[in-house]
Write a protein of this length. Structure first.
Length: 76
């Protein structure tokens, strides 16, 4: 049973991709003087959704190939 738990934990372990901070907004020309943490959290969430909708899966495939990660059933 311990092996199954270990595999499950490894299978669903998250690895961060990116983050956003107020400096990013400022670098993009936005006034950050009154941006609270709740707004930043909501913006980060929307950014994550946008990346999943526009580019994430394509980038994942291309980078997996670059790193030599084999596809399922590739050797059959």
């Amino acid at each position: 049973m311990a092996e199954i738990k270990s595999y499950t934990e490894s299978y669903y372990k998250d690895f961060p991709i990116t983050s956003i901070c107020r400096a990013d907004l400022e670098s993009a020309g936005f006034d950050i003087a009154n941006i609270d943490d709740d707004t930043m959290l909501e913006l980060a969430s929307k950014m994550a959704n946008a990346y999943c909708d526009f580019g994430f899966w394509e980038d994942l495939r291309e980078l997996a190939i670059y790193f030599g990660i084999k596809k399922l059933n590739e050797n059959k």
